[in-house]
Design a protein around this ligand. Structure first.
Ligand SMILES: NC(=O)c1ccc[n+]([C@@H]2O[C@H](COP(=O)([O-])OP(=O)(O)OC[C@H]3O[C@@H](n4cnc5c(N)ncnc54)[C@H](OP(=O)(O)O)[C@@H]3O)[C@@H](O)[C@H]2O)c1
Length: 242
């Protein structure tokens, strides 16, 4: 396992759900954090339990990030460099899911999922890649979904379209940056018990817990360059692919 002391991770959508759990797990591992969210008050609240000034823990900074704003990625990246001086890891986590079936899916809904789930990570990668290349041990995590790996009957075709696009971006950037020592992991969970799945009509007791996912990811981020995990498939039920 490598030493991540002094390393800085940016995490989008860090105010709740999977993003908040990943932030807490990485902070416990010693990462300094640059956390992005739309709602700064919610981010302050979610980070309050582990963000204590002057306790010897790594620095945690909070930044406003609206994924549909084309300038937001460059702005947050510049703020992170100004505050921390380096970026070692990017966690593209912010995402939106509309479970509409084909007949109900509107272009506006489709456009929102494309903007947040596919173009959001694209813009973040464009903005941060040069910084991630610096150490020769940069890390990229794209939180995608099983819906980026397979299509589940008629369920949520627009979400699956956006997440398949995100998966294409993931593998393209993984190949591009491998020679620079950057290792990219696509996290592909099935149902995780967060706000996103609360209206899906699925029994919460069978769902993945965000904290468990975060622990798995924290472990992957401690692996050296010689142990690359391109995809982490985490399922809560038997899948054809995992
Ligand atoms: N839950 C699941 O079963 C599941 C399964 C597979 C993959 N995923 C993926 O995991 C990621 C996190 O999902 P989650 O389950 O933690 O969902 P969640 O609890 O609904 O949280 C979504 C996060 O994304 C942020 N976000 C949404 N739209 C945004 C925008 N336009 N700009 C910036 N941030 C935005 C939200 O910010 P606000 O609080 O401001 O809305 C929130 O922080 C997503 O990419 C999701 O697709 C989830």
């Amino acid at each position: 396992m490598r030493d991540i002391t002094g390393c800085v991770a940016m995490i989008s959508g860090a105010n709740r759900g999977i993003g908040a759990a990943v932030a807490e797990a990485l902070h416990a591992d010693g990462w300094a954090l640059s956390l992005g969210a739309r709602d700064m008050a919610a981010l302050e609240t979610s980070a309050a339990s582990y963000r204590t000034d002057g306790d010897g823990g790594a620095a945690v900074t909070l930044h406003r990030h609206e994924a549909t704003d084309p300038e937001a990625a460059e702005r947050w990246t510049a703020e992170t460099i100004s505050a921390h001086g380096r970026i070692d890891c990017l966690v593209n986590n912010a995402g939106v899911a509309h479970p509409d079936e084909f007949e109900e899916l509107t272009e506006d809904t489709l456009d929102e999922m494309w903007e947040v789930n596919a173009k959001g990570p694209f813009r973040m990668l464009r903005a941060t890649l040069d910084h991630l290349r610096h150490s020769g041990e940069g890390r990229i995590v794209n939180v995608i979904s099983m819906s980026g790996k397979r299509v589940r009957g008629t369920f949520a075709p627009g979400y699956a379209m956006s997440k398949h696009a995100a998966m294409a971006l993931h593998h393209s950037v993984r190949h591009l940056t491998f020679p620079d020592g950057i290792r990219c992991t696509a996290v592909c969970p099935g149902y995780v018990q967060t706000d996103m799945t609360s209206g899906f009509g699925v029994d919460p007791s069978i769902m993945i817990q965000a904290d468990d996912l975060a622990q798995a990811l924290a472990t992957i981020l401690r692996l050296p360059n010689t142990a690359s995990v391109a995809e982490l498939l985490v399922s809560t039920e038997p899948e054809t692919i995992a």
